[in-house]
Design a protein around this ligand. Structure first.
Ligand code: AMP
Ligand code: GLY
Length: 425
């Protein structure tokens, strides 16, 4: 089979690495891919959002199956466009991707179908939103409606901060059209867990749980990022919580999307907070998390391509999805200045050394004209280790990450610390 992966980060790297394990896979193309994927994929110099270009490429290169891994092409309707030219894909349609593409849509869905989430109000004018926050309880959370690279969420300690957040999102348009509407919601507390689930629109199969570390700096300080590291499984996600989440959140969400005429196929990401009243939805994503995929997929025992095809064909109920029993840790090495501004083009040293004991998922890398791997993004590499225990996985991921250097590189030093503290009591 010829497979096309749409995207070019660490998530796409690990998806490609996992798909390669299936002998039926003849060739993997990646649009646009990254410097590390070039070692085992054919890079296609097209933007992940270039629907027309990617459809043309798929047709001309006999693509048998596409994996649309990134949020923006999904929300723009890449899966629908590929289907129109006869190419099946892993991922939801444009209508179903709205579950991530519009927080207003997601919140209204949860309200309508009684799915546990933070209480909220939605607004599409500055004046009405401002009026609301004047008497709202604080802390309060203000979210831009649309996609904003994980940055459109502002946690406000005071009403003044909330008013400022509304100005930033609605009037100053810091997140562009994403901020034409806002969600203002109740501030929840509790440990967070990411649960990625395969679904064919009928059956939902949760994968091993994980924990992201979203803030840039140790101790959960600094700005929100796309994610600075992950561990799996997440020890806060007990069997009891998992059972409640399945019954109260996962199954009702799949049913709600069907009832709305937007059946969801692909990977549905449940960002949950485990509150004292049980698990509640913080966000939905219409795709694998990044860097959640970098710990979840290496723990997957079943063949990824078989499971992906089952989500597309509607045969997930007959397809085993199994995971290894151990743990995994991914440490992101980022460019100094991320998530705001950072330099690019710095030569990276030590990848081969790190690869002796870990999986190095390239994200923001490219091959320069001399054939050297250089930095080209904020999150540069994800160093992943698997072990029988979480403690060993964390140690192994850091030992390997420490072999890698480039100018202004930085990483968090406490990935997994909160989980280990819980496990060690
Ligand atoms: P999101 O992009 O919606 O996942 O939000 C980013 C981060 O903001 C989440 O991972 C949480 O840590 C935090 N957050 C979002 N919504 C809430 C909420 N209602 N209460 C507390 N924290 C929240
Ligand atoms: N790591 C969070 C996300 O993929 O949205």
């Amino acid at each position: 089979m010829n497979i096309l992966i749409v995207g070019g980060g660490g998530r796409e790297y690990v998806i490609a690495a996992k798909l390669r394990e299936n002998p039926r896979v003849k060739r993997i193309y990646a649009a646009p891919g990254n410097g590390g994927m070039a070692a085992f994929c054919t890079l296609v110099p097209l933007k992940a959002t270039d629907i027309e270009g990617i459809c043309r490429f798929a047709k001309e290169n006999s693509i048998d199956y596409a994996v649309v891994a990134q949020d923006d092409p999904l929300c723009l309707g890449m899966v629908d466009a590929l289907k129109e030219i006869g190419v099946e894909s892993f991922g939801p349609t444009k209508a179903a991707a709205q579950i991530e593409g519009s927080k207003v849509f997601a919140k209204k869905l949860m309200k309508k179908y009684g799915i546990p989430t933070a209480a909220c109000e939605c607004f599409d004018s500055y004046a009405s939103a401002l009026e609301y926050v004047k008497t709202a309880p604080v802390p309060i959370v203000v979210k831009a409606d649309g996609l904003a690279l994980g940055k459109g969420v502002i946690i406000c300690e005071s009403r003044e901060e909330a008013a400022e957040a509304l100005k930033t999102i609605i009037l100053d348009k810091k997140f562009g059209a994403s901020g034409e509407s806002v969600v203002i919601e109740e501030f929840l507390t509790g440990p967070e867990v990411s649960v990625l689930a395969f679904t064919d629109g009928k059956t939902v199969v949760p994968m091993v749980s994980s924990m992201d570390h979203k803030r840039a700096l140790d101790g959960d300080r600094g700005l929100n990022t796309g994610g600075m590291g992950t561990i799996a499984p997440n020890p806060f996600y007990t069997k009891e919580v998992a059972e409640r989440a399945m019954k109260e959140i996962f199954v009702p969400t799949i049913e709600a999307m069907n009832a709305e005429g937007r059946p969801f196929k692909g990977c549905l990401y449940f960002g949950l907070m485990i509150t004292k009243d049980g698990p509640k939805v913080i966000e939905y994503n219409c795709r694998f998390g990044d860097p959640e995929a970098q710990v979840v997929l290496p723990l997957m025992k079943s063949d990824l391509l078989t499971v992906m095809l089952a989500t597309t064909n509607g045969t997930l109920d007959r397809t085993p999805v199994e995971f290894f029993s151990g743990a995994a840790c991914c440490v992101i090495i980022a460019s100094g200045g991320y998530p705001v501004s950072y330099g690019k083009g710095y030569k990276i040293y030590g990848i081969e050394e790190a690869e002796k004991t870990a999986l190095v998922c390239h994200a923001g890398t490219k091959e320069d004209e001399n054939g050297d791997i250089v930095t080209s993004g904020g999150r540069v590499l994800g160093v992943v280790a698997r072990a029988e225990t979480l403690s060993n996985a964390v140690d192994a991921a850091y030992a390997a990450a420490d072999k890698i250097t480039f100018k202004d590189a930085f990483m968090r030093r406490d990935i997994g610390a909160r989980a280990l503290k819980l496990l060690e009591g």
